[in-house]
Design a protein around this ligand. Structure first.
Ligand code: ADP
Length: 544
């Protein structure tokens, strides 16, 4: 017994260690993860803002790249068109290289007229024409004048690149000087930017193009891109019409330098998106931890049950050995006495004989229980149902007990049903054994009480067999468990009565096989009443 207790203590300790081994790292993991996730939340808010900024830069840069390429392609006129070949060559050149987004192509020729001969390209006729007096022409003249002066001076120019003139926001010009082989300015070629095309064609295309690159999976309306002029008036909007504050802004370079482009995500701000991500992650972690804890408890519960069962099994072995050894020893003593022939008194001989008989009956009963239990456990237990009378069965068991207990001052009272019960489908031996086990317990756990009552009655559609004692009773929290195999009450009035812990579990099995149930009603110190309820209807009793 001490060994078992020690073994159990160790197993419990091991379970505790296993619990700690899982829980401590789990809690540590959750805490670390919480901190990481909050950091990640802050970072992802920043990252989202940065991504918005990068997206805008990409849109702005694409505009610069476009105007640079376009101007380079269209304005790189060979100087011989001004000096030798004639300007109509320029018209041909521009007919072949139309620039999308250029409202007008123009040139100023200083080779023939020193103040500049201004010509604009007419795409419809494919020829060069003198420009009308207009704001556009004025802007061209103003832009070109510095080069006219350089040309007039005849000084060679080394750094003649592309220039942008946006002094008049209605007329934005990109132009470059044309140099001859001695690096003298012979003319200027330029184009007038078309803002309508830029807003209506270029920007929507660019806004659409770069969105998936920076925000994979985002819907076309989820990013709101807005372009405003220097006074803040909206010139362009891509995405939903939503006026929330822009998270990032950027400026165009080269052309439209006075315009600002801004962006924000519709529906959620960067912080809200990061918070959502954080909450989803925390929730997932908690669900995972919860699932792990539940799994752990299930596993530990199973392990605990296994430990308890093994404890109960070792108790069972020691109890059964004791139960077997004691009667066998006394049977042997009495048998030896009888064999020796020294006992001659008739009454004594009968007494010893009766003792041997009762003890061996008890032994057979115990062995029957053990065998039945092993059949039940391995699923081999079968019941043979046949029509029978419950009254007869119960009365027979009560009678056996009366005889057995006569010498011990026990009174077994029996009260039958008011009306005769119908015949039932029963396995007589099994029901007999079930009732026997109840009576056996009533005797064993009677303490000093000496009355046991057995009642058989009809209740609705059931037959009730009640076995009531006035003995030690069963603590409330134990009542659920007394029908479990090997279970013996170990607390409260710890009994010195030996037992196997199998009787009630067999009773329950038998009764359930008959479609019935068994219950206990008990008060510690006030006795117990066990009730078997069996259905009277035959179809319900034929369960096997
Ligand atoms: P056992 O062989 O130990 O009697 P049982 O399965 O018949 O095994 O009973 C299980 C336990 O239930 C007993 O060990 C005892 O603690 C408790 N018990 C059963 N019947 C009674 C009763 N009539 N009065 C008090 N306790 C009982």
């Amino acid at each position: 017994m001490e060994e078992t207790a020690k073994g159990t203590g160790t197993s419990r300790r091991k379970l505790g260690i296993a619990l700690a081994a899982v829980f401590v790292p789990l809690v540590a993991l959750l805490v670390v993860q919480f901190f990481w996730l909050s950091r990640l939340e802050r970072m992802s808010a920043l990252a989202h803002e940065a991504a918005l900024g990068n997206y805008l830069d990409a849109v702005a840069e694409s505009s610069e790249r476009y105007w640079k390429d376009a101007a380079e392609r269209a304005l790189d006129l060979p100087s011989r068109m001004f000096t030798d070949q004639g300007l109509e060559q320029v018209a041909t050149f521009w007919s072949e290289r139309r620039v999308e987004g250029a409202r007008r192509m123009f040139l100023a020729d200083f080779t023939r007229v020193r103040t500049g001969n201004f010509l604009v390209f007419a795409p419809e006729s494919g020829a060069l024409e003198t420009p009308p007096a207009s704001d556009e022409s004025l802007a061209m003249i103003l832009a070109v004048t510095p080069w006219m002066m350089v040309s007039a001076n005849g000084t060679p120019v080394t750094n003649a690149g592309m220039t942008v003139d946006e002094r008049n926001p209605e007329v934005r010009l990109i132009f470059r000087p044309i140099l001859d082989e001695r690096l003298r300015v012979v003319g200027v070629a330029g184009l007038v930017v078309d803002p309508t095309w830029f807003v209506k064609v270029f920007l929507p295309k660019a806004a659409r193009k770069y969105a998936p690159e920076y925000f994979p999976g985002i819907g076309p309306k989820d990013l709101v891109v807005t372009v405003r002029d220097d006074r803040g008036a909206i010139l362009f909007r891509h995405g939903a019409d939503d006026d929330a504050k822009d998270v990032a802004t950027s400026k165009f370079s080269m052309v439209f330098q006075d315009w600002t482009v801004g962006v924000h995500a519709r529906r959620a701000t960067s912080a809200q998106m990061a918070r959502t991500g954080f909450l989803i992650n925390v929730a997932l972690s908690l669900i995972l931890a919860g699932a792990m804890t539940a799994g752990l408890f299930l596993a530990l519960g199973a392990a605990g049950r296994a430990v308890r069962l093994s404890e109960m099994k070792s108790d069972f072995v020691s109890n059964v050995s004791h139960e077997l050894r004691t009667p066998v020893a006394s049977i042997r003593v009495f048998a030896e006495l009888l064999k020796s022939g020294r006992v001659t008194d008739e009454a004594k001989i009968r007494e010893y004989g009766t003792y041997i008989e009762t003890e061996s009956r008890r032994l057979s009963r115990l062995i029957d229980n053990i065998l039945d239990f092993s059949r039940i456990e391995s699923g081999r237990k079968t019941y043979r149902f046949s029509p029978g009378r419950l009254e007869e069965l119960v009365e027979a068991v009560v009678e056996t007990f009366r005889v057995r207990l006569r010498g011990e001052g026990f009174e077994v009272r029996y009260e039958g049903p008011e009306r005769e019960l119908p015949e039932m489908q029963l396995d007589g031996d099994a029901i007999g054994q079930a009732v026997h086990n109840l009576l056996d317990n009533a005797v064993k756990y009677s303490g000093d009480a000496r009355t046991i009552e057995v009642r058989l009655r009809r209740r609705f559609d059931d037959a009730w067999i009640e076995v009531q004692d006035h003995g030690i009773g069963i603590p409330r929290e134990e009542q659920r468990h007394v029908f479990d195999r090997f279970h013996r009450v170990g607390t409260g009035l710890v009994h010195d009565v030996k037992g196997s812990g199998l009787g009630l579990s067999i009773t329950r099995h038998v009764v359930e096989a008959h479609g019935g149930s068994v219950h206990v009603d008990s008060e510690p110190g006030g006795g117990s009443t066990f009730t078997i309820r069996l259905p009277l209807e035959p179809e319900r009793t034929r369960k096997e």
